[in-house]
Design a protein around this ligand. Structure first.
Ligand code: ADP
Length: 591
């Protein structure tokens, strides 16, 4: 049975009871009033004279006037009789029958049209649910003991009907909420991406906890999610929340999670009490009113001691208040969703770590095989020449020694590059930051590679301002960076041409450009240029000895210094590396 048909059948039952009460007890009019959530009584069913229904149904009596009547009432068993003489001045107006003229003057049992007879009925805990009130006895006299007894029976019947209706409703609500909690848990547990959890639960919550609007938010985290994950539903179609309201909701969510309760804003107040400042509450109330909502239920989403997000549900002002069962269910959903989000985050972390481990494993395998390969050839060459010398100890050793020296030099270079690469790749290695004069490093490098440049008829030109900018970083590492770039520019510029190293301040950066007129780099090679052990596919470049580690080292050093590196190149024309490094003297300069 759904709620609507349950209500109809309750109304039918009350109509029957009240008609019976009027008829059987013998009154012109009988009315059933029910206690509303604010304590007032409201007439819901009227029996007897047909005109009375139109006049009385829906009429409300404030709780205070009823209390006033009860205070002066005579107790007739469970009935309360208020003789006209006792009636408080603020008593509710009764029904005025047009043909009432039967008052028996002088009879002590005569019914005064101002007399009131009430038959209250209660729930099993003794809480008053409502009452039957009767007026204008057909006998024109106060009811007899028998009539009073019969009226009590009718009141009991009304009480039983209301009670069982409420129990059915409570049961139906509990079943509905339990099903919602279960379905949200089932759906959210099956999803392994935190943002998708948020999206997936909107529909089941919205259908399970009847609402005007629903906003689900999972807060951003430092490592997993960079921004909040948000999903929303709104009967009015507008779902964007102003930043201030997002902040207020978070404050309420954190407090609610700490106290393990749902937050509620209704009738101008917030629960848990004091969770929001007066200004924040006022702003929230104004915002709710603006969006056509009358109340709000906020369920914190969390796990352990951490509040991970929240669900905000709104209802229109005339909708029923948030019941205790709904508050408990919403909190339960918040706990389930919190667990699901934590699981999804762990799963995501695990996935990322596995991918990272796989990548590291592949890199390690590549490194081993490349190092093995790079070491094998020069070593084999050295071993070969040692054998040669052993076989012919008196012969001319000049050629063998030359080859051995070259290969030893190559091995030294490789070991040196590997060591440097490992150092600059270690994130735990602290970076000592000095004020480094890059122009000095450039001049040192130019001096270092001058003999080789001269051999190849290459000139090295340094362009630096009179007061060159200083960079912030490790002198050793930056020296290595400059050396590698200048060395490459000279190495890959064969027979004539110019290598230019220019320096200039650029905002809060130092710009260094190393340009050459050498072999250039193809588009395909440019893509892998900074990969460890990458060597060009260009045969001319391959003739030049190298380890393929120089640019990987450069890139790591740039990254450690929060700098950037870019490269422009055209095959056969030349190459231009541009490095930007944080400037040490920028603050003073801009002064
Ligand atoms: P290595 O020079 O030891 O081979 P690098 O990592 O320094 O290793 O450079 C990788 C590759 O990039 C080189 O093999 C070379 O083909 C290419 N390369 C680097 N710098 C230049 C340059 N200035 N001009 C042409 N090619 C270059």
């Amino acid at each position: 049975m759904n709620q609507a048909s349950g209500l109809e059948s309750l109304q039918e039952l009350l109509d029957l009871v009240v008609a019976g009460a009027a008829d059987v007890v013998g009154f012109q009019v009988a009315a059933i009033s029910l206690v509303r959530s604010n304590g007032d009584l409201q007439i819901v069913a009227v029996g007897g004279h047909p005109d009375a229904t139109a006049q009385l149904v829906g009429r409300r009596t404030p709780r205070e006037s009823l209390d006033g009547e009860f205070a002066v009432a005579e107790h007739w068993g469970s009935l309360r009789f208020i003789p006209a003489a006792n009636l408080p001045s603020n008593a509710r107006p009764g029904w005025v029958a047009p043909e009432w003229d039967e008052q028996v003057i002088g009879d002590p049992d005569a019914w005064d049209p101002e007399d009131t007879l009430l038959a209250p009925f209660y729930d099993p805990t003794g809480e008053m649910l409502g009452m039957i009130s009767v007026d204008l006895p057909l006998s024109a006299k106060r009811p007899t003991q028998v009539q009073q007894g019969v009226l009590e029976v009718f009141a009991n019947q009304a009480g039983i009907a209301i009670n069982s209706f409420r129990q059915r409703q409570t049961l139906a609500e509990q079943v509905r909420l339990a099903a919602t909690v279960q379905s949200v848990a089932r759906i959210s547990q099956g999803i392994l991406e935190p943002s998708k959890v948020v999206e997936a639960i909107v529909d089941p919550i919205r259908t399970g906890l009847d609402c005007l609007g629903l906003w689900v938010r999972a807060f951003a985290t430092k490592d997993a999610a960079k921004t909040d994950s948000v999903a929303a539903y709104s009967a009015q179609g507008t779902t964007r929340t102003p930043a201030k309201m997002v902040e207020v909701a978070r404050t309420l969510a954190e407090r609610a999670w700490a106290e393990q309760v749902s937050g509620v804003v209704s009738n101008g107040a917030v629960q848990p009490a004091g969770a929001l400042s007066d200004e924040d509450l006022d702003e929230l109330l104004a915002y709710l009113a603006n969006t056509g909502a009358g109340s709000l239920l906020l369920a914190p989403i969390g796990a352990g001691t951490e509040c991970l997000g929240h669900m905000v549900l709104t209802r229109s002002p005339d909708a029923p208040p948030w019941s205790d069962a709904e508050r408990v269910a919403a909190l339960e959903i918040g706990r389930d969703v919190g667990r699901s989000i934590v699981n999804a985050r762990l799963f995501e972390l695990e996935r990322r770590m596995i991918a990272e481990l796989r990548r590291a494993d592949r890199a390690k395998t590549t490194l081993f095989s490349t190092v093995h390969h790079e070491l094998k050839n020069p070593l084999a060459s050295i071993v070969g020449h040692v054998e040669l010398l052993k076989e012919n100890p008196t012969g001319d050793a000049t050629w063998s020694l030359k080859v051995m020296a070259r290969n030893t030099h190559r091995l030294q270079g490789l070991v040196d590059d590997l060591l440097t690469l490992s150092k600059v790749s270690d994130p735990d290695r602290p970076l000592v930051r000095n004020h480094v004069d890059i122009s000095e490093l450039v001049r040192d490098a130019a001096d270092m590679f001058l003999p080789r440049a001269a051999q190849q008829d290459v000139t090295i030109k340094v362009i630096a301002p009179e007061h060159p900018p200083t960079a912030l970083g490790s002198t050793d590492e930056l020296a290595r960076l400059v050396e590698n770039l200048v060395s490459n520019a000279v190495k890959y510029t064969t027979d004539g041409g110019e290598v230019t190293v220019s320096l200039r301040p650029l905002g809060d950066k130092v710009e260094m450009v190393v340009a050459d007129e050498g072999l250039g780099i193809s588009r395909t090679d440019l893509q892998s240029l900074f990969t460890e052990f990458f060597r060009s596919t260009n045969p001319d470049a391959l003739e030049v000895p190298g380890t393929g580690l120089g640019l990987s080292i450069v890139q790591r050093i740039v990254a450690r210094h929060n700098g950037t590196i870019s490269v422009d190149s055209e095959l056969g024309k030349g190459t231009r590396f541009t490095v930007l490094l944080p400037r040490a003297d920028s603050a003073q300069d801009r002064g």
